[in-house]
Design a binder for this molecule. Structure first.
Ligand SMILES: [Zn+2]
Length: 293
């Protein structure tokens, strides 16, 4: 179902929502320091990547080669070394530049909607959540797909969403960040421990709701087994290293493989109380004489 026209004042191209199957904007050759600086301070204009001179791109790629080599070695030895060597992490870090969604918010706590959408990247989610775990990476990819289903070409209206997920801290943090939904006071996030690897979203203005779930087998059986073993143990170095390596491999895969090969998206009737509007978005539809920042 197409999103209702006018549900948001900002209209952007569908390609701006990165939960779909566009795989061409993986930029493993972008230095991570520059990625984070760009996304934190200056929202990245569309097409910027095309401005890189080929020679510069080659230099960046060459600059990453030592890290790639270290990562490969660490991945091979991570499960075997008794001392628990640092697991591979390069490919995951190279993905942090990915834009998960464009979002719109109010310009202030008692103000209308901002005239500008923001890009939320994986790096933003990691800063909030604290680590780039597989749960974060999976939830971000799945939720991006569900949000694209609800908002189509437009930015995600973070003033008007409710959502539900299981008790996973990682899933819940990503759900809250991407939707603007809140558990406290407003009840627009439901935590339902009976849910599996799935996320439910409701766009209150339209009543449209979706359920996104990752397909069976996306998470390797070996990882499930070893995570359970690690939770039951104390601090086994080898097992910690193996779980870390397996989680990173999964994290890389979910942001490289086509999203619809990994997730199902279905229209649903949202089965929970959608909560109420946050106090800081109640003036979102006010017409202001001065343009909102
Ligand atoms: Zn996590």
């Amino acid at each position: 179902m197409a999103p209702k026209a006018g549900s948001s004042p900002l209209r952007l191209g569908r390609s701006d929502l990165r939960g779909d199957d566009e795989e061409d904007d993986v930029k493993p050759n972008r230095p991570i320091a520059r990625q984070i600086a760009l996304t934190a301070a200056h929202p990245r204009p569309r097409g910027e990547d095309g401005d890189d001179a080929p020679s510069l791109a080659r230099r960046r790629l060459l600059g990453l080669l030592p890290t790639l080599a270290v990562g490969c070695v660490a991945r091979r030895t991570g499960a075997d070394a008794a001392t628990g060597p640092r697991p591979a992490s390069m490919p995951l870090e190279a993905l942090l530049d990915r834009v998960v969604a464009r979002v719109s918010d109010t310009a202030g706590s008692l103000a209308a909607r901002s005239a500008h959408a923001r890009e939320v990247t994986l790096a933003d989610l990691v800063r909030f959540h604290g680590h780039p775990c597989d749960g974060l990476m999976i939830a971000a990819r799945g939720l991006a797909l569900g949000l694209a289903e609800l908002f189509g070409d437009g930015p995600v209206d973070r003033t008007d969403l409710a959502g539900a997920t299981n008790a996973s801290v990682c899933y819940g943090d990503v759900l809250g960040y991407l939707t603007g939904a809140r558990h406290r006071c407003y009840g627009s996030i439901t935590v339902d421990a009976k849910l599996g690897d799935e996320w439910l979203l409701l766009h209150r203005a339209t009543g449209d709701a979706v359920r996104v779930a990752h397909r069976p087998g996306v998470k390797p059986a070996r990882l499930v087994e070893q995570e359970a073993a690690l939770r039951a143990a104390t601090c086994p170095s080898e097992l910690i290293a193996e779980v870390g390596s397996l989680q990173r491999e999964l994290s890389e895969r979910v942001w490289i493989a086509p999203a619809r090969e990994l997730f199902t998206v279905e229209r649903i009737t949202f089965p929970y109380d959608p909560g109420k509007l946050r106090a800081d978005v109640v003036k979102r539809d006010c017409q202001t004489a001065v343009g909102a920042p």
